[in-house]
Write a protein that binds this ligand. Structure first.
Ligand SMILES: [Zn+2]
Ligand SMILES: [Zn+2]
Length: 285
């Protein structure tokens, strides 16, 4: 973890805890970019948001420990397994004086409770989330809604093209903005004007670049996109910083370094997300 980047009252912080898509990856070939499934820490000043609850959530919970805020908002893109598997292993959920709010936007306004109870209940899992010591509150909204959290924080959302739907997020705080656009399959033509407008002006766009254009031809309809389409989106929107995310579980470090060389040659501010890396907007003066 890049512990040198700390939250600041006037800044927006992004830290990657899991960048891998579909299923985790482990072993020496995955050390540089990391093998945990999606989880991103976003801090608007001191306020903690967690986007997606993949296996990366476990390490975040361990680091937070006793310093975990009383109230933690977890914003889910959707409920596919790679985005929720960390939930029952999140340390603050073991603390009776902590409240987790789980926000879900791709179920037509319904909360995630019924769906999560299907997975986290016997015989698939020993207990339900509501049986954890921590207080769990389920919040449903419709992707496209703007969520309000006060303190000058604005969280806009947008529906994404993915099997069963997914929610994209835009966090804006003190004139800075970060967008999380995963899981998504691009359309033709690309990008749609509403998505380009949604990400316009962001300091950073985190984008589902699971495939190369060649790989994508064999994976159409799976709900994922390519790093080339991430660049196209940013170029159309005038965004200069792009993190390729939801990495394919078989793309090892050597392969991803090649991807990074390719994308940064086309767009200098484009990179492949690394577990543990962190960014602060605005940066140090
Ligand atoms: Zn996924
Ligand atoms: Zn998915």
């Amino acid at each position: 973890m890049d512990g040198s980047v700390e939250p600041r009252a006037d800044a927006l912080l992004v830290r990657f805890w899991g960048v891998r898509g579909s299923i985790s990856a482990a072993g020496a070939r995955y050390e540089e970019f990391g093998g945990n499934t999606p989880c991103v820490e976003i801090r608007c000043g001191e306020k903690l948001f967690i986007v997606d609850a993949g296996t990366g959530l476990v390490a975040l919970g361990a680091i937070l420990g006793a310093a975990a805020p009383q109230e933690i908002d977890i914003l889910l893109s959707h409920l596919h397994l790679d985005h929720i598997a960390g939930l029952p292993f999140f340390k603050p959920a073991m603390m009776s004086d902590r409240r987790l709010r789980i926000h879900c936007g791709n179920l037509r306004g319904e909360t995630a409770e019924v769906a999560l109870d299907r997975l986290f209940s016997p015989p698939l899992f020993p207990i339900s989330l509501s049986q954890l010591p921590g207080q769990v509150e389920q919040v449903g909204f419709k992707a496209g809604d703007t969520l309000s959290f006060g303190d000058g924080i604005e969280v806009r959302t947008i529906p994404l093209n993915h099997p069963g739907g997914a929610t994209g997020y835009r966090f804006a705080y003190r004139g800075q903005a970060v967008c999380y656009i995963s899981d998504i399959e691009h359309s033709d033509p690309w990008p749609p004007p509403d998505l380009a407008a949604f990400v316009a002006g962001a300091n950073l766009v985190i984008y589902d670049g699971m495939f190369s254009e060649t790989e994508y031809l064999r994976c159409q309809g799976w709900g994922h996109s390519t790093w080339q389409k991430g660049i196209d989106l940013c170029e159309a929107a005038g965004v200069t910083s792009l993190a390729i995310f939801h990495l394919h579980p078989q793309h090892d470090d050597a392969y991803l370094r090649g991807v990074e060389a390719e994308i940064s040659a086309r767009m200098p501010g484009a990179f492949v997300a690394r577990e543990g890396s962190a960014f602060l907007y605005p940066g140090e003066a």
